[in-house]
Design a protein around this ligand. Structure first.
Ligand code: AMP
Ligand code: GLY
Length: 453
């Protein structure tokens, strides 16, 4: 019997998950709550917010859902997995307790410290005056983070003391992030190159996905405010296998063991955001200039060559859009293995190709932007070989596809090498249009001159 699936979330990540699940011979109907126009073309959308966990559990129960996949971090933080499990419903994702590794930066930092996971020096504060005194004693740049979830906007990298004072006031006095800002983490600024690691976990064991890299700032060269993510590549050519195994032993395993020791084993996808420091291939910060320093043969990472910036308790967006293009194994088999505690028994196969995703946003994002702009060109773009467009902030109005969010589309491509994949994706971008459309045209750029890139 084919399985009926519910996916919780409504972004590009969820469209990519739905697209991949649809290719499984064991998957029947796919519902997405709340979904977007992309997910409605694959299955059916359910108009329940990802945060309304009781309504989601009731709906899943009434509609005989066989397996639920959680995309959204908010749903996890609210305990959607615990609620489903209480009712005997099968669901993929970490419990509320385990997902604190993302929903509370103070919790995550404590876990890292206790388990000797390399990370930036830090202090946590609930008292404004004490926090203020601390930043006055420290040097800049310094990083100020609200502890709770803040849509990727709760982190400020402060170059000057003035900026740090302003960031503290915004979070702790003006309460711009509400309760999320009642606790603050202040940490040392790490200079380097960020990359993303993903691991499928079953509470005891885990398997790494290929490396990937997001590009968070809104403008080319890493300029402007941070967004949810403007584009990804996978795998990252300058991350060697030696470095991946070091990440597994020094970051992923101790985090999972630490959670298990707290009585909260992690089942689902653990996504540490890491900073590569002094990597021989990279200069920092990158300003879009060409890189010509080759990666040495057999490059291993060496002690202290990367540090954990944060942990997420779910798939990255837009990392997932690139990953789903490379994954060869049936995604349902993998997700079920996580829930069943058998992730060590499954042989997960990945394409040897390179994947990329270029995100198209509404003009003004991550600040204010307008919705309802007509989108054209997706059909034409998807006629290109190996190009697939995943939708994020989209909806259908009067039979037309229109923008309905900050990040609107993710244009993905795969090819034998990164350069060709990027060329294809950017050629496809040229075919798409909506009023105010913005994108970065340097996704993956800094990885191009590397062996294997
Ligand atoms: P986070 O939500 O903790 O991942 O922070 C969001 C972004 O802020 C990261 O992706 C980095 O670009 C930046 N960031 C966070 N912590 C640091 C740090 N200690 N040093 C430098 N940049 C950081
Ligand atoms: N790629 C950024 C995120 O998913 O948080």
């Amino acid at each position: 019997m084919k399985k009926t699936i519910l996916i919780i979330g409504g972004g590009g990540r969820e469209h990519a998950l739905a697209w991949k699940l649809k290719r499984s011979p064991r998957v029947g109907k796919i519902y997405t709550a709340p979904g977007n126009a992309g997910t409605s073309s694959i299955g059916e959308n359910v108009t329940i917010a990802a945060t309304d966990i009781l309504a989601l559990a009731n709906w899943a129960q009434n509609n005989k859902i066989d397996f639920t996949v959680v995309g959204s971090d908010d749903a996890l933080a609210l305990g959607v997995v615990d609620e489903f499990q209480k009712r005997g419903l099968k669901i993929w994702g970490p419990s509320k307790a385990a997902s604190q590794i993302e929903s509370s930066k103070a919790f995550a930092k404590k876990l890292m410290k206790k388990n000797n996971i390399p990370t930036a020096e830090f202090e946590t504060f609930t008292d404004y005056q004490k926090a203020l005194q601390y930043i006055e004693e420290k040097s800049t740049p310094i990083v100020i983070k609200v502890s709770g979830l803040a849509l990727g906007k709760g982190v400020t990298v402060c170059k000057t003391l003035d900026e740090a004072q302003a960031a503290l006031k915004t979070a702790m006095i003006d309460k711009a992030f509400g309760e999320a800002g009642s606790q603050i983490v202040i940490e040392e600024f790490l200079e380097g190159q960020e990359f993303s690691i993903h691991a499928f976990c079953d509470g005891k064991n885990f398997q790494l996905l290929p490396s990937s890299q997001d590009h968070k700032p809104i403008y080319n060269g890493g300029l402007g405010p941070n967004t949810g993510g403007m584009g990804t590549i996978a795998p990252v050519p300058w991350i060697s296998e030696a470095m991946m195994s070091e990440v597994a032993t020094t970051i992923v395993k101790p985090a999972l063991d630490g959670l298990k020791n707290l009585g909260s084993p992690f089942v689902g996808l653990l996504y540490p955001g890491l900073m590569a420091i002094n990597h021989p291939h990279l200069a920092s910060p990158l300003k879009g200039e060409e890189f010509s320093v080759p990666l040495p043969e057999g490059e291993g990472s060496g002690e202290g060559a990367f540090k954990a910036i944060e942990f997420n308790a779910r798939f990255g967006d837009p990392e997932t859009q690139s990953y789903m293009r490379l994954l060869k194994t049936d995604l349902l088999d993998i997700l079920e293995a996580c829930v069943d505690g058998t992730i060590d028994k499954i042989n997960i196969k990945w394409s040897k190709k390179s994947a990329c995703c270029v995100v198209l946003t509404s003009g003004g994002y991550p600040g204010k932007y307008e919705k309802g702009k007509t989108i054209t060109g997706i059909k034409e773009a998807e006629k290109m070989e190996e190009v697939i467009v995943f939708q994020a902030g989209t909806s259908i109005r009067n039979n037309q596809l229109v923008t309905n969010g900050g990040r609107v589309l993710g244009i993905t491509a795969i090819a034998d090498n990164l350069q060709t994949a990027l060329n294809k994706a950017y050629a496809a971008v040229k075919l798409i249009n909506f009023e105010g459309m913005h994108y970065r045209n340097d996704i993956g750029f800094q990885s191009l001159n590397v062996k294997g890139g």
